[in-house]
Write a protein of this length. Structure first.
Length: 447
């Protein structure tokens, strides 16, 4: 028996031939052992995942904090206390504003026109009518009458002497003036006769009274004109409400410089008043046409932005409100609301186009005109501040998580979930509040 066992062992160790396994036959394995191990591992993974989900959803937690859960991957941020500002962007149009008709009162034929875009200032010629210049002056009062010295009115003769009666009738002779009472004789002024008698004589007609000297013209329009005349360098008079002979002499010097007849008078169509420097638009007539008040249009010289703001959402449009204008190249420029229209207009006429809401025009001025570069017109964006919340707790919007019981929450650094009430959303952040929240609290941003 022992020898038999020895022979078998030696055969196995010595490399005796062993009968090969049949092809396609699986090696023997212990029944059920490896399969049981796989099932246990899968169950453990499922339990861990379920715990993580429960923690993330805040299940089982009450009040402001939930139970601790295994921390998830992601960066952490601190709850900050700051001012949150909501900004809104609308479309606008850069330009010089709406053109206004030039109030030229000259009558005649247009003989010269400026190029569109020309900037005119005090003393410049705006156009020529019948080859006479129409000059720009500054002022708010329009030109409504001719300016110059007024013609005086002659003073009538109010003396008490009366011319002699024809024929000496009614004269009394005294021996030298036609005889004595009831007598006869020759007189030096009459003829012969008695009291109530007849005589002959010639009466001289009274001399015409001399013309009264010209009188000064008075009025606020005179003061406005004299202020401009002095600003152009023509002096020698007192700037006041009286057009005097000194003003007349200065006007003659001004007319000589303009190539006009030196009359000393300013015609109704010789001057146009504006509030300041203007930019001339495209002429509405050609050379040779009749002059009129619609010959030229003009605007101010400063570029501005006009926004057609929704009438329902125009509460931001208050005079003096600061805004940011975005140029087509992305450059931000500071602007300020200058005026707000009082009449709403429906786009596309009554009822609007496609139910569009009515709009009101909002004009925005830009103090630093150089910041606009050479851009004169084009579409721009206007950013304004809508709502503002000062000294509130904020976190990035990405830090919010939805809670199973509803609402939002934040995951703390140690894996707990706390409820958070949300407020203003702006600039990628959100206003939050809650009993468990404080400035500096570290919260996790889930990945």
């Amino acid at each position: 028996m022992s020898g038999m066992f020895t022979d078998r062992d030696e055969a196995g160790a010595g490399g005796a031939e062993v009968e090969p396994e049949q092809e396609g036959t699986a090696p023997p394995r212990a029944p059920g052992r490896r399969r049981s191990r796989t099932v246990l591992v899968a169950a453990a993974v499922a339990v861990v995942a379920a715990i993580a989900v429960v923690g993330a959803l805040g299940l089982g937690g009450g009040g402001g904090e939930g139970p601790a859960a295994p921390p998830r991957a992601g960066s952490t941020v601190a709850v900050a206390k700051e001012t949150l500002v909501e900004r809104t962007t609308v479309e606008g149009q850069l330009g010089y504003g709406t053109e206004i008709p030039l109030p030229a009162k000259a009558s005649g034929t247009v003989t010269w026109l400026p190029e569109a875009g020309t900037v005119a200032e005090r003393g410049d010629t705006l156009l020529r009518v019948d080859d006479r210049p129409v000059v720009l002056l500054y002022g708010a009062l329009p030109m409504y009458r001719e300016l110059g010295m007024t013609t005086g009115t002659a003073t009538p003769d109010t003396g008490t002497s009366t011319p002699p009666a024809p024929g000496g009738a009614g004269g009394k002779g005294d021996g030298t003036k036609g005889g004595t009472d009831g007598g006869t004789g020759t007189g030096t002024e009459g003829g012969t006769g008695t009291e109530g008698g007849t005589g002959t004589g010639t009466a001289q007609p009274p001399a015409p009274p001399p013309p009264a000297p010209p009188q000064p013209l008075r009025g606020m329009d005179v003061l406005q004109f004299e202020s401009n005349l002095a600003a152009l360098g023509y002096t020698g008079f007192t700037v006041d409400e009286k057009f005097t002979s000194g003003t007349e002499r200065a006007v003659k010097r001004w007319q000589k410089a303009l190539g006009l007849p030196e009359t000393g008078r300013v015609g109704l169509g010789d001057v146009v008043y504006a509030s300041g420097r203007i930019r001339l638009g495209q002429a509405s007539v050609r050379l040779g046409a009749a002059a009129g008040e619609n010959v030229l249009g003009y605007t101010g010289t400063s570029r501005k932005v006009v926004v057609n703001a929704s009438a329902q959402e125009a509460s931001w449009a208050v005079r003096g409100t600061e805004v940011t204008v975005g140029l087509p190249d992305g450059t931000p420029v500071k602007g300020e609301v200058a005026s707000v229209g009082k009449q709403a207009t429906a786009p596309g006429g009554e009822g609007g186009a496609g139910g569009a809401a009515p709009t009101i025009p909002v004009t925005i001025t830009i103090a630093d005109q150089r910041s606009l570069g050479r851009l004169e017109s084009g579409p721009v964006s206007v950013e304004y501040v809508g709502r503002k919340r000062e000294n509130v707790l904020t976190v990035p919007v990405a830090a919010l998580v939805a809670l199973a019981e509803g609402g939002h929450g934040l995951e703390t650094e140690d894996g707990r979930f706390v409820t958070a009430r949300t407020g203003l959303f702006a600039e990628g952040k959100v206003e939050v509040s809650g009993p468990a929240l404080r400035a500096g609290l570290k919260v996790r941003i889930p990945q």
